[in-house]
Ligand binder design. Structure first.
Ligand SMILES: [Fe+2]
Length: 133
């Protein structure tokens, strides 16, 4: 399981709550793996994660645009690449490659941690300056 840690905290509650939810979903997947759960369960959690990730990216991007964040495009590109990746994972699972859901756990985890701790950190000053808490 992955524990929420203050090193993942960006200090803006809405964003932190989103990231916590991502970790919760990831933990669900880890739990399914441990218990050798059914393909349907895996599909459902991965679908939930995909929808949630896309919504979260949209939230961040909307703020960046609104606040005229200078690194918007780079950040958006990073989101786009990950979105494509997670959609292709989901696609594989939907098409019966259930084992992949477990192979990608490390990838899903390290992506989030790296993204929060480098790319997301850069917008904090801008977001806070624009009134987000
Ligand atoms: Fe982001």
């Amino acid at each position: 399981m992955i524990e929420w840690d203050k090193k993942y905290c960006v200090g803006i509650s809405r964003i932190d709550n989103d990231h916590k939810r991502y970790i919760d979903t990831l933990n669900k997947l880890i739990h399914l793996k441990k218990n050798n759960e059914t393909p349907d369960g895996i599909k459902q959690v991965l679908r939930e994660m995909t929808n949630y990730v896309l919504t979260h990216f949209k939230t961040e991007e909307t703020y960046m645009l609104e606040f005229e964040y200078p690194e918007y495009q780079d950040h958006k590109n990073e989101h786009h690449d990950f979105a494509m990746k997670i959609i292709s994972y989901l696609d594989k699972v939907v098409n019966g490659e259930y084992e992949i859901a477990y192979e990608i756990l490390e990838d899903l985890k390290s992506w989030l941690v790296n993204h929060i701790q480098s790319t997301d950190l850069k917008y904090i000053d801008c977001f806070i300056k624009n009134g987000l808490k």
